[in-house]
Design a protein. Sequence first.
Length: 193
Amino acid sequence: MNRRAAIVTLISAAAAGLCGNAEAAELGPKQIALLILRVLAYDRNLKARSDGKTASIVVLFQEGNQASESLQIDMENALEDLSSGAIISGLAVKVTSYAYANPTALDARLSSLRAVGLFVCSGLGDAIPNISTVVRKRSVLSFTLNTAFVKSGLSIGFANADDRVHIVVNLPATRAEGVDLDASLLRIADLYR
């Protein structure tokens, strides 16, 4: 099986549980977590962006925002469940959460972890320009469920439409974050240029 077919198969398998019927309107945390891990696996610069041993993923949330805190708990649990014992590009996966306070603190946290991925929860719309600046500086691939966040500077978004999962990619943002996504993944994504 060639690389493109493998990517399509893996993404389709991740999404299969999401689009079986019109009533499956929301992406569940496990499906999102699986998609995040799959996308990271197709970043050709992943190992160079890591500490060489660990693929650290941070779940960023807004403390005091109930929706953000709820999504943070769900995503951290789902990512930990799926990544337990997982190896991506020779790297063990580590998941942690962080409450957003300001860009300086986020920069220090991402730097200390040598994070490769950042999932941005709801409730952080006003902070997206600052978050985007930090992830670009630290070469961290950003993910979100909010496609407006992708248009505002984050890299990867996930959405349901037309009874299927859409991966939305902001190409300039991925490049600015030091990410080199496999062309096969880009062919099946909705691109924002």
